[in-house]
Design a binder for this molecule. Structure first.
Ligand SMILES: Cc1cc2nc3c(=O)[nH]c(=O)nc-3n(C[C@H](O)[C@H](O)[C@H](O)COP(=O)(O)OP(=O)(O)OC[C@H]3O[C@@H](n4cnc5c(N)ncnc54)[C@H](O)[C@@H]3O)c2cc1C
Length: 419
């Protein structure tokens, strides 16, 4: 079996990639380790998905269904319950090994799209002391229990971390009758989208405590309580501020990490800032023929952007499968000033005469700010923002068509400009 494009991961990024590769005329296969398509959207039963793309407030499953229908209409073959375990480069492309209900098998493909999503950070990664009782879950696991299995994770819940999934779970647990005692955030400002702060906490009178964290858990078999502490400016617990809260459940919403074992095994360059592959403006990684999109590339806050990146990766993989051209030298894109990172990390020469979509995050919350896109001393484009916050990813389409030849890096400099 030889394909033009094999897409790994059937979440919104992988679905969009498979559809766009197929529409570009490629022979595509979509592989998903779970029993149905949709990725994490399957368990996101709240609304708010697709506002940009469909101008509608869809639930996660409704959003995914629109792409799943397209996959069916285009008759794209899908391998469910199929876990890709290993990939090796070969002269024509790649050998892919996978485990499915039929056993271990191997196939060949000219290109790969990695759309493996991200995973949640766990209690081990945030160093909480104490015993190891039941009742401590990541927000995604609690979401899976509540929304897909119909089981409540507990009755008296403390949420650690104000990331979006934690905020959404705070509201969900309250709606299902649990006491949600509060959301505790170690940083001095919330980590979630403003709309989720309002709709999930304020509307349900769930308190948010900033610069506070969980330092210890109590209980042998089942969680009985947690110790909360205030933290100083270095985010270190302040002695004497310890306070015990009785609860049976601790929900962790302490960050997402792109899932990239396959990319790492292929020796794809990983960006230490995003924890995802370094990609060019065609979504190609440092290994020619390997493309990355969605949360595997970098953690996105809106699914609309995830689908957009999947579409780019799928179309680019289909094109590469036909022409096998890597292109010539690439122009780096660099974040400066208050910009924390910018992706894609470089622009292909052939895209230098067109429009390229970039995404960036800021380092800290700023008021009115200006992004200046420049190369050397030449300003390419400017954009003003009324405010920027690290949880909210920003997008800018840069029109490189207007510029003369670019030889130096494209720099994205973000500065606060005041009222
Ligand atoms: C727990 C959790 C809850 C979230 N809740 C919300 C929310 O409520 N609202 C919101 O706007 N955003 C939410 N997000 C953000 C969400 O991840 C993105 O909006 C988007 O769904 C990411 O799409 P994706 O396709 O990149 O990844 P995913 O949706 O995670 O899809 C990745 C897919 O790849 C598959 N896969 C991974 N490795 C392999 C392999 N080796 N072989 C085969 N298949 C593989 C996985 O099974 C999965 O189906 C949540 C994220 C997480 C992690």
């Amino acid at each position: 079996m030889t394909y033009d494009v094999v897409v790994i991961g059937g979440g919104p990024a992988g679905l969009a990639a498979a559809v766009s590769a197929k529409k570009a005329g490629a022979d595509v296969l979509l592989l998903e380790r779970e029993g149905s398509l949709g990725g994490i959207l399957k368990q996101c039963i709240h609304d708010g998905f697709g506002l940009m793309r469909f101008k509608k407030k869809l639930s996660g499953p409704e959003y995914a269904e629109r792409f799943i229908e397209e996959v069916k209409e285009l008759q794209i073959p899908v391998g469910l319950w199929t876990f890709v375990t290993k990939i090796k480069k070969n002269p024509e492309g790649f050998s892919v090994w996978m485990v499915s209900r039929e056993g271990v098998s191997e196939l060949q493909t000219r290109t790969l799209v990695l759309a493996t999503g991200c995973r949640e950070r766990t209690a081990r990664q945030v160093s909480i002391h104490g015993t190891r009782p039941a009742g401590i879950y990541t927000a995604g696991t609690a979401q899976h229990f509540t929304n897909l299995q119909g089981e409540m994770p507990g009755k008296r819940c403390v949420i650690l971390g104000s990331g979006d999934i934690g905020l959404i779970m705070a509201r969900r647990l309250k709606l299902e009758g649990a006491d949600v005692l509060g959301v505790y955030e170690v940083k001095p400002e919330p980590s979630g989208l403003t709309r989720n702060m309002v709709q999930c906490l304020d509307d349900f009178q769930i308190p948010l405590y900033l610069s506070e964290t969980v330092t210890r858990v109590f209980g042998e078999k089942r969680l009985e309580g947690v110790e909360i502490c205030k933290v100083d400016e270095q985010m270190q617990p302040v002695a004497g501020t310890e306070q015990r809260i009785d609860c049976d459940t601790l929900i962790l919403s302490v960050g997402l990490i792109p899932e990239n074992e396959i990319a790492e095994n292929l020796q794809v360059h990983i960006d230490p800032k995003t924890k995802g592959p370094v990609c060019d403006s065609s979504a190609m990684t440092s290994i020619p023929g390997v493309f990355s999109c969605g949360n595997a590339f970098h953690v996105n806050d809106l699914v609309d952007y995830v689908s957009e990146s999947g579409e780019l990766a799928g179309a680019s993989a289909a094109r590469y499968a036909k022409i096998q051209s890597v292109g010539v030298a690439q122009i780096p894109a660099e974040a400066e000033g208050e910009a924390a990172y910018v992706v894609p990390q470089c622009v292909r020469q052939e895209d230098v005469r067109g429009k390229v979509t970039f995404y960036f995050r800021c380092k800290r919350t700023l008021g009115r700010s200006e992004l200046v896109v420049k190369t050397g001393s030449r300003v390419i484009q400017k954009k003003t923002f009324s405010a920027v916050r690290p949880p909210e990813m920003e997008r800018i389409i840069v029109d490189l068509l207007k510029t003369e030849e670019i030889r130096e890096p494209i720099v994205f400099e973000l500065r606060e400009v005041g009222a």
